[in-house]
Design a binder for this molecule. Structure first.
Ligand SMILES: Nc1ncnc2c1ncn2[C@@H]1O[C@H](COP(=O)(O)OP(=O)(O)OP(=O)(O)O)[C@@H](O)[C@H]1O
Ligand SMILES: [Mg+2]
Length: 146
């Protein structure tokens, strides 16, 4: 398991890390985003989307918890599991069908552990002492250039 740790002091810095990671993602990759409210999971997702060539705004949807975007090379599935109680729901909606040809980002992945494949890249977001400091811990089974 490879582990990387970064301290960022702005949304821009968090998105720069997201863009670096985003360049190294391929169809079938699942990225599990874990952390409290407002720690930067959606901000990070926006960075990944940008580097994938997605120009639409990526938001945390209020009424849907799964959004699809078409990138230059891959489809991006952005999921917010905050309101999903049981991972079975997510699996039944066909998350596993998406694995093969898409990159999947799941916010609040810790709430749906059964839906997360073991080989997923996990990112743990924590708030720091100042209002704009965040720590990102990235865990990956393959080596990443970050
Ligand atoms: N270093 C930083 N990295 C990321 N975001 C930051 C940073 N500093 C400040 N912010 C701000 O923190 C907020 C993070 O919100 P964001 O929606 O990305 O969080 P989230 O983890 O997706 O929350 P939720 O669990 O509600 O979906 C944004 O308003 C962003 O501008
Ligand atoms: Mg969010």
């Amino acid at each position: 398991m490879f582990e990387y740790e970064f301290k960022t002091i702005s949304m821009h810095e968090t998105q720069k890390i997201a863009q670096k990671l985003g360049k190294q993602l391929f169809a079938g990759d699942v990225v599990a985003l874990v952390g409290d409210l407002g720690t930067g999971k959606t901000t990070f997702s926006q960075g990944v989307a940008k580097i994938m060539g997605i120009h639409e705004p990526i938001s945390s949807p209020t009424f849907t918890y799964i959004n699809e975007y078409l990138g230059e090379n891959f489809r991006l599935i952005h999921i917010d599991a905050y309101r999903i109680e049981k991972s079975e729901v997510l699996i039944k909606m066909g998350l596993s069908d998406y694995y093969e040809d898409s990159i999947i980002l799941i916010e609040w992945a810790n709430l749906v552990p059964d839906a997360i494949p073991e080989e997923a890249i996990s990112i743990l977001f924590t708030a720091g002492d100042s209002s704009s400091s965040r720590t990102l811990k990235i865990f990956s089974y393959r080596k990443l250039k970050l």
